[in-house]
Write a protein that binds this ligand. Structure first.
Ligand SMILES: [Zn+2]
Length: 297
């Protein structure tokens, strides 16, 4: 898929985890956004025409998988996510992993499976910045929530919007890190939806046309409402956090590896509980030393 000098490089495994799609900007020494798609293809681009800059949309492992192949290229990342690229401690902290019993498992997962290499970014990108590479213009669209710095990229000449990890899949948005925000996710998806693109490129999955996009954006946001409705229905009777997590409201069923998915299920359910408490739709009560959540009438 190519428009002007901007190309979508499909990720292996149809662009699904542990891979994601990359964007290649074919201008001089090229630019790659999220080098986590296809190792052979990325190494071939490194040889010819050469890669001068790599950009990450945010700090997640399925987006920096092959960053380590480009130590000589400049690294540009969103300002608010930059600390996570600079130290393993910070990325573990942002993800909510520091201090967990299986912290060491996560550490080796980042280092060995995803080639995490602490590195100081050469440039920190801010929302609204307009960049120019040769003939290609690109605007940084700060779209926080998924992570605080998560950014999409808008190519106004080509009318391509790279929405990055708001991938418009049937699973719905993901906001499971300690520093993720459910409210910011909703606002960011609404913001991206308003940009008048002809095609939408996503980190995971295939190109989406303007015609498909409206329905896909609506369904994507609807997933959040459905999760909330299921949670409120379950909390007509009081339940502990563990009991709520056992419902698998986010992932719909228990998945392997359980330590990984149960952790994410709990993190995302907690975002909903905090949101519902703030809106006065839930309350907590304590009995036999346990805290339980209950829907307000
Ligand atoms: Zn992500």
């Amino acid at each position: 898929m190519r428009r002007g000098n901007v190309e979508l490089i499909p990720g292996k495994n149809r662009g699904h985890y542990p891979y994601s799609n990359s964007i290649f900007i074919d201008e001089g020494p090229g630019i790659v956004i999220d080098p986590a798609s296809d190792e052979e293809r990325l190494l071939a681009l490194k040889k010819n025409p050469g890669i001068g800059i790599i950009i990450n949309t945010h700090y997640h492992e399925d987006h920096f998988l092959y960053n380590h192949h480009f130590p000589e290229a400049e690294l540009w990342v969103p300002e608010l996510d930059a600390p996570a690229f600079e130290s393993l401690e910070t990325i573990l902290d942002y993800c909510g992993i520091l201090g967990l019993p299986d912290e060491e498992t996560w550490r080796s997962y980042y280092l060995d499976k995803f080639n995490y290499r602490a590195r100081k970014p050469d440039r920190k990108l801010k929302g609204g910045e307009k960049l120019q590479f040769g003939k290609t213009r690109m605007e940084v669209i700060h779209a926080p929530g998924h992570t605080p710095g998560h950014s999409g990229f808008w190519f106004p000449e080509e009318k391509v919007l790279f929405v990055a990890d708001y991938d418009l899949t049937a699973f719905g948005p993901w906001y499971g890190d300690r520093v993720s925000s459910l409210e910011d996710t909703i606002a960011s998806v609404e913001k991206l939806r308003k940009i008048p693109a002809e095609v939408y490129w996503v980190s995971h999955g295939e190109e989406i046309s303007r015609e498909q996009a409206e329905g896909r954006f609506a369904e994507y946001l609807k997933v959040i409402t459905v999760r909330e409705e299921k949670l409120l229905a379950f909390l007509k009777t009081p339940h502990t956090l563990d009991e709520i997590v056992d419902q698998w409201i986010i992932y719909r069923k228990e998945r392997e590896p359980v330590y990984f998915f149960r952790f994410a299920e709990q993190a995302m359910v907690k975002k909903h509980l905090e949101n519902l408490l703030r809106r006065g739709l839930l309350r907590t009560e304590e009995s036999d030393g346990k805290e339980r959540y209950l829907k307000n009438d």
